[in-house]
Design a binder for this molecule. Structure first.
Ligand SMILES: NC(=O)c1ccc[n+]([C@@H]2O[C@H](COP(=O)([O-])OP(=O)(O)OC[C@H]3O[C@@H](n4cnc5c(N)ncnc54)[C@H](OP(=O)(O)O)[C@@H]3O)[C@@H](O)[C@H]2O)c1
Length: 294
């Protein structure tokens, strides 16, 4: 039976540190530490769904959530990628409560596919927090090369998906400030760069969407993380060679105040924070190596 740590008898000599419980057992120091830890250990026992948790930043969020005591369900674009991620995570965290579910979000059936993902994930435990990091490669293009097809391609993962996800999450998560949806944007939202007009457009749009969903879905919390450059497979999938990625990592490290390019375990902290802080909604948390300062 759980001890109620707050019920200390007024008539007691508190130096004896006894606690009134139905069983009247003596104060247990380990138990007191566990209760104290519950104040900040807010993800313990919660169920986190990471859409895009198979690799990159999402994989970092999966690992950060597991290390915070959460049950995690990750999704990947294919059965192979979801299974490979699950197997790697299980070998790093043998005791973790973790599942992997494939969900290809590139199709017009996105809403039904998300429904199926949520339905499968919540069979084991209701979902408390949803993180979206799934995205296709970046599209960097000279203005004269922009076409409607390109604009629509970018919109799939960076306009349609976060919006439809907000709709689906609202049907599955409790309307509680203890639950959250955290989506992803990028530093280009604040800082223009040649040939990045399409990406800047959608990244800035996600900040507006985040604030509005926070109002539409209240008291369920909705936030976004805005990373700067992070060393993930995104850059190779966008078309950079291994050497070009290495050059970019070096150039970032030489320029930014932190002196290094971010790794996923750095920016994953921002997602973990936003899941835990019941006071944060409509916020864009920026983690960008100080790149905005130089
Ligand atoms: N990396 C950066 O420098 C950086 C900077 C700013 C913002 N961001 C943003 O942060 C987010 C995550 O970036 P990242 O670097 O982690 O990317 P990443 O390493 O390329 O990972 C992308 C994730 O999306 C999933 N995905 C791709 N196609 C999918 C599909 N058709 N259906 C379902 N899932 C699919 C991938 O799953 P599979 O592996 O299973 O295919 C993978 O889990 C993106 O929105 C990105 O724009 C990244």
């Amino acid at each position: 039976m759980e001890a109620n740590s707050h019920q200390v008898s007024k008539n007691q000599d508190t130096s004896k540190l006894e606690i009134i419980t139905p069983l009247f057992y003596r104060f247990n120091f380990t138990r007191a530490i566990q209760i104290a830890m519950a104040k900040f250990n807010k993800l313990a026992g919660k169920h986190v769904l990471v859409i895009g948790g198979s690799s990159g930043i999402g994989r970092g969020v999966v690992e950060g959530s597991i290390e915070s005591g959460a049950r995690v369900t990750l999704s990947g674009s294919s059965p192979q990628s979801a299974a490979a991620a699950l197997s790697a995570i299980k070998s790093s965290y043998p005791d973790a409560q973790v599942a992997g579910i494939p969900c290809d979000l590139s199709k017009d059936s996105m809403e039904e596919d998300l429904e199926a993902l949520f339905g499968e994930a919540e069979k084991v435990q209701p979902i408390d927090h949803v993180v979206l990091t799934a995205a296709d490669p970046l599209l960097i293009s000279d203005v004269q090369d922009i076409t409607l097809d390109k604009i629509r391609r970018v919109a799939r993962f960076r306009m349609e998906l976060p919006l439809v996800l907000g709709k689906v999450a609202a049907r599955h998560l409790a309307r509680s400030n203890g639950c959250s949806l955290t989506i992803s944007t990028g530093g280009i939202a604040d800082r223009p760069s040649p040939q990045w007009s399409i990406m800047a457009f959608v990244a800035a749009g996600i900040t507006g969407l985040t604030r509005n969903l926070a109002v539409d879905l209240k008291p369920l919390r909705v936030n976004a993380v805005e990373p700067g450059f992070v060393n993930t497979g995104l850059w190779a999938s966008t078309g950079l060679t291994r050497e070009q990625v290495a050059t970019q990592v070096k150039a970032v490290a030489e320029k930014v105040p932190t002196g290094r390019a971010a790794e996923v375990e750095d920016v994953a902290e921002a997602y973990v924070y936003l899941m835990k802080d019941r006071n944060a909604t409509g916020e864009i948390v920026k983690t960008r190596s100080g790149a905005n300062l130089v």
